[in-house]
Design a protein. Structure first.
Length: 202
């Protein structure tokens, strides 16, 4: 693994401090002054790495890409397509809950709803789209999914299932298990494409 430079470490530290503050106080309740105070750096240092507070959200999107690619590399060749899907989706839910947090996902969705021109609506899924599409193609080649299946259409709908579940998680305050709900919906969706019996559900 490439060693982080001092500058990279400073940027990562600012990013982590900002996310922690967003979770505690909400995006609108956090200023750049508060971020640099928590990070114990000069205000000018912040602007070396980020043009504005909203750039932290852009960085958040990049962190998803990196995480998904790392997760893909952990998949074992012996795993079935459905097992791989479950592993990626479970990892996504855990990363979202434990590393990103509900407040930051709410901030992201708000930015997308406002039409922030720096955030493409599919940026959050850029790496994930490619991973899922490859799994669909693999499933078709193995005869698990129907040959007539359109990989792009399948992938878009699967991602829509995930987006919708994440959105519901954002507006729920109690009793909503993100991993359980996301796995349940995405498994039900994929099952509609099976052409042979799939793996037994737990």
């Amino acid at each position: 693994m490439k060693k982080l430079t001092k500058g990279d470490q400073t940027k990562e530290h600012l990013y982590r401090c900002a996310l922690a503050l967003f979770r505690d106080k909400g995006y609108d309740g956090v200023t750049v002054d508060a971020i640099v105070q928590r990070a114990h750096v000069a205000k000018g240092t912040f602007y070396i790495y980020f043009k504005s507070k909203s750039d932290i959200i852009t960085e958040l999107l990049k962190s998803y890409d990196s995480y998904y690619l790392a997760l893909e590399n952990q998949l074992q060749p012996s795993m079935g397509v459905e097992e791989k899907f479950d592993a990626i989706i479970t990892g996504s839910c855990r990363f979202t809950q434990e590393e990103i947090g509900r407040e930051c996902i709410q901030v992201l969705y708000k930015a997308l709803l406002k039409g922030n021109d720096r955030l493409d609506a599919l940026d959050l899924e850029r790496a994930l789209y490619g991973i899922f599409r490859a799994l669909v193609v693999e499933g078709i080649a193995q005869g698990h999914y129907a040959k007539a299946t359109d990989p792009d259409h399948f992938t878009r709908l699967l991602l829509r299932c995930i987006r919708g579940t994440y959105f519901e998680w954002c507006i729920q305050t109690k009793g909503f298990d993100l991993t359980e709900e996301t796995l349940g919906l995405t498994r039900a969706f994929r099952k509609a494409y099976w052409v042979q019996p799939g793996p037994k559900e737990d």
